[in-house]
Design a protein around this ligand. Structure first.
Ligand code: ATP
Ligand code: LTN
Length: 335
């Protein structure tokens, strides 16, 4: 595949779930880096809408979230001229390859996945087979496009590892079909924690609205949430062992301004947490302002959005079908 006729570049691939409006964590930890990667790599970015129904979704809400995920990816800078951008459910090969790979994945190895254990506890009334085989679909997402690199956060490392294991197992039986992808840690990035329980990561599915900054939050809402952010009683802006709330705010501020933790401590010497929270809030508001302007434009022009994701799907189908056909031939299907 030559997505943009640049076969000399390494290929990178990542997906994001459409399980809710993106948070500041998704932005600083993932999507902002994807934007920066577009020059250096040939990139494939997907909206993992098939994965989203492993937990129950309301159809109207899900539809809205998928649109909004597409609009947000474009607003944060992903460029359909440079990268392949599409929705997973538009490319049937993902489900088809996932079925085949299911038959090359062991029950035991899926049972060890910590996300499965966590989510089946959290949704104990709906421990469905999709939740169990989720990593196999993710392996299909990856292996269809033969990426060299997959940027994922720490929580997805185990899933990437199983994708590599499945690929190696398949290649071991049938020869070199799949590229074995490497994890990619972007040079700049942040792990953003919950503003209310800073030991936990900020998560878009968190039910506590004050715990997360949504990329569509108004400036007032952003400032209010930062003012309410949980901190400690020490009142000195510096990184410390028992200061998860302040560490988190320093990380956010550092990621946006490019300042180091020491520079931030110097900047706020003699000032209280209140001043620091205001500055972090203002930096986030300014960072998100252009993103929100573009988002409002895309989300109110569904025709343009549809044109972009349909073109993306066509290109993705072409690439994915080629890999799927090769797999099917190897397994012994009649094409
Ligand atoms: P959910 O609440 O549905 O589990 P999530 O907000 O945890 O979603 P994902 O869709 O699982 O996010 O992740 C998308 C990308 O964003 C991944 O690359 C993940 O590592 C990254 N990411 C998610 N949350 C954070 C965070 N708090 N800090 C940094 N990166 C994050
Ligand atoms: N499981 C991932 C989303 C995801 C993904 C992928 C990431 C689905 N398919 C392929 C990288 C490559 C998550 O929840 N963040």
């Amino acid at each position: 595949m030559e997505i943009n006729n640049a076969p000399q570049k390494k290929r990178a691939l990542s997906f994001i779930q459409s399980s809710g409006m993106f948070t500041l964590g998704n932005y600083l930890g993932a999507v902002k880096n994807w934007n920066n990667m577009q020059e250096e790599f040939e990139c494939v970015f997907g909206i993992a809408d098939l994965h989203s129904i492993t937990v129950r979704q309301d159809p109207a809400t899900l539809r809205k979230q998928i649109y909004s995920a597409a609009a947000m990816l474009l607003s944060t800078g992903l460029d359909p001229e440079k990268s392949l951008i599409f929705m997973q459910s538009h490319v049937a090969a993902h489900s088809q390859l996932a079925w085949i790979l299911n038959c090359y994945t062991q029950f035991g190895e899926l049972s060890r996945m910590t996300q499965f254990k966590d989510k089946s506890q959290k949704h104990s009334d709906n421990v469905n087979a999709g939740l169990f085989t989720y990593p196999v679909l993710m392996a299909a997402d990856i292996l269809l496009y033969k990426p060299d690199l997959v940027p994922v956060g720490a929580d997805q490392k185990q899933h990437l590892e199983i994708a590599r294991d499945i690929a190696k197992r398949f290649n071991g039986i049938y020869g070199d079909v799949f590229t074995i992808p490497e994890p990619y840690i972007p040079p700049i990035g942040a792990k953003v924690m919950s503003l209310q329980e800073p030991e936990k990561k900020m998560s878009k599915s968190d039910e506590n609205e004050n715990a997360k900054i949504l990329l569509t939050d108004s400036p007032d809402a952003i400032m209010r949430k930062f003012k309410r952010a949980v901190t400690d009683s020490e009142a000195r802006v510096c990184v410390g062992e028992n200061k998860p709330g302040i560490n988190n705010l320093i990380e956010i501020y550092s990621c946006i301004t490019g300042k180091t933790a020491d520079e931030i401590t110097a900047e706020f010497e003699g000032k209280g947490y209140g001043d620091f929270k205001l500055s972090v809030g203002e930096a986030v508001v300014e960072e998100l302002r252009p993103v929100q302007e573009k988002y409002n434009m895309y989300i109110s022009d569904k025709a343009q959005l549809e044109k972009i994701y349909k073109e993306g799907a066509e290109k993705a189908q072409y690439v994915a079908r080629k890999t799927l056909s090769k797999v099917m031939k190897k397994v012994g299907y009649v094409l």
